[in-house]
Design a protein around this ligand. Structure first.
Ligand code: AMP
Length: 377
C-alpha cells in the first residue's frame, strides 16, 4: 500500500459529464482535490471540481499541463483518443490503462477479445465491406442489429435489420463505416454487473442489476436483479474473468442479455462506472464512484453491502418539454432521492438526472420510483 495516493492528493478526470461529477463528489467527500479536462465549460464535473481545463482531447499541450497537476488520471468518457491517454501515461498513471480503452473502443475488437478468451458474447460478425456484410447476414440471419464499431452509445449508430435486403441501405445510412452485425437476441431480460479491481488484483462485484430500456436508452434499474441464483453467479464469474484478461484497475461494467434458457451473453463493456450503478450512491455502503476513487488511488476496496432493495429511474430531457419539472412535488416522496447533473440545456433523450427509491421490496421500490417521476410531469 506504500504507493497509494492518499486523501489530500489531486485526481484527474478526462470527460466532464455526470459520471465525472459523481466521481468528483465521492473524491471530495474523502478529502481529494479534482481537476477535470474536457472541451466543455461549466460542465457537470467542472461545477464540482477544483479546476476545469477546457480543451480538446487532442490538445496535447493542455493534456500535458493537466496531467502535471494530478497524481493519477481516470476517465468517464471512453472515446478519449489513444494519443491523449498515452500523453497522460508518460506523466502519471491512467487507470484503467490505455489498453483497456483500446479494446473497448471498438465493438469488433471487444467481442473478438472476449470470444477468443472463451467468454459468451452475442453472436456477431465484423462488417468492413459489402462482402463482409453479405456473409454476416447470411451466417447470422435476420432479424439482426447492425451497430457502428466505434463511438455509439444509447442506441446511437444502430439499425435493426428485418430482412437481408435492408442490410446494405442500412449500412449506407450508417455511412459505410466499420460496423458489427449481431444476431437479434430474444432475451428474457437485460442485466449488468459493475465491479472494481484494485492495483493488487483485489476484486469486488456489486449485486447484479436488472435493467429496462426504452428507445435503446436505460430507463429503469433494479437491485437486486430478479434472476435465478445461478445467473447471478455466472455474471460475477464472467466479469471476474474479464477484469483479469484486460488487467483492469478501476471500475468496469459488463452489460448482459439474459436468454430464455438462462444463459448470459455479453452485450458490451463500459470501462468506467455505469448508469445502471447510480443506485449504489444511495443503496450501497460504498458507491461505484467511491469504489473508482479507491481503485485508481491504490486503496483497499469498500464493502458493497446493500442497505435496502432499490430502483433507479432516469430523468431525460423529454421531461422538460412542458417547462421546468415540478421539483417540489418530487421532494414530497420522502424515500426517493433526487440527483440532477447541472446540465444547462435539456434535449430529448439527454440524461439530465435520476431518481433512486429505497423500499422493503423491489416491486415497491420500482413503483415508488416511477410514481415519483410521474409527479415531475
Ligand atoms: P447497446 O448500445 O449495444 O447497449 O444497445 C442498446 C440496447 O439495444 C440494448 O440494451 C438492447 O435493449 C438493444 N439491443 C442491442 N443489441 C441487441 C441485440 N443483438 N439483440 C436484441 N436487442 C439488442
Amino acid at each position: 500500500m506504500s504507493d497509494a495516493i492518499l486523501p489530500g492528493a489531486t485526481l484527474g478526470m478526462l470527460g466532464s459529464g455526470q459520471l465525472g461529477r459523481m466521481f468528483a463528489i465521492a473524491a471530495r467527500r474523502m478529502g481529494y482535490r479534482i481537476h477535470v479536462l474536457s472541451p466543455d465549460q461549466d460542465s457537470p464535473t467542472g461545477q464540482v471540481a477544483d479546476r476545469e481545463y477546457v480543451a480538446e482531447y487532442e490538445d496535447l499541450e493542455a493534456v500535458r499541463e493537466f496531467a502535471q497537476g494530478v497524481s493519477v488520471v481516470s476517465f468517464e468518457f471512453e472515446n478519449v483518443p489513444a494519443s491523449t491517454t498515452e500523453t497522460v501515461g508518460e506523466i502519471v498513471p491512467v487507470r484503467p490503462g490505455g489498453h483497456v480503452l483500446h479494446v473497448t473502443q471498438n465493438r469488433n475488437r471487444e467481442k473478438t477479445t472476449l470470444s477468443e478468451a472463451g467468454l459468451p458474447v452475442t453472436p456477431f460478425a465484423p462488417v468492413r465491406s459489402e462482402e463482409e456484410l453479405r456473409v454476416a447476414v447470411e451466417a447470422l440471419k435476420t432479424p439482426g442489429v447492425l451497430k457502428t464499431a466505434g463511438g455509439g452509445y444509447d442506441g446511437k449508430g444502430q439499425r435493426i435489420i428485418q430482412a437481408a435486403s435492408e442490410a446494405l441501405p442500412m449500412w449506407e445510412d450508417l455511412g459505410r463505416q466499420e460496423a458489427t452485425y449481431e444476431a437479434f437476441i430474444d432475451f428474457q431480460g437485460e442485466c449488468s454487473l459493475v465491479a472494481a479491481r484494485g492495483v493488487t488484483g483485489e476484486f469486488v462485484a456489486y449485486p447484479l442489476f436488472e435493467n429496462e430500456h426504452a428507445n435503446h436508452i436505460l430507463d429503469v434499474t433494479l437491485c437486486p436483479a430478479r434472476v435465478p441464483q445461478q445467473v447471478r453467479e455466472d455474471a460475477e464469474q464472467i466479469a471476474r474473468a474479464i477484469f483479469e484478461i484486460l488487467d483492469v484497475v478501476g471500475v468496469l461494467c459488463v452489460e448482459y442479455f439474459w436468454t430464455q434458457d438462462d444463459r448470459l451473453l455479453i452485450n458490451e463493456l463500459a470501462p468506467r462506472p455505469h448508469n445502471s450503478g447510480h443506485l449504489t450512491v444511495d443503496a450501497h455502503l460504498t458507491c461505484q464512484f467511491e469504489q473508482q476513487v479507491r481503485a485508481v488511488c491504490g486503496l483497499p476496496l469498500g464493502s458493497v453491502r446493500q442497505h435496502r432493495p432499490s430502483a433507479m429511474v432516469n430523468l431525460l430531457g423529454d421531461l422538460w418539454e412542458g417547462g421546468e419539472p415540478d421539483w417540489k412535488s418530487v421532494a414530497a416522496h420522502s424515500t426517493t432521492k433526487l440527483h440532477l447533473y447541472g446540465k444547462h440545456e435539456a434535449r430529448i433523450g439527454r440524461k439530465m438526472g435520476h431518481l433512486t427509491a429505497l423500499a422493503d421490496d423491489i416491486e415497491s421500490a420500482r413503483s415508488n420510483a416511477l410514481a415519483a417521476r410521474e409527479t415531475l410531469k
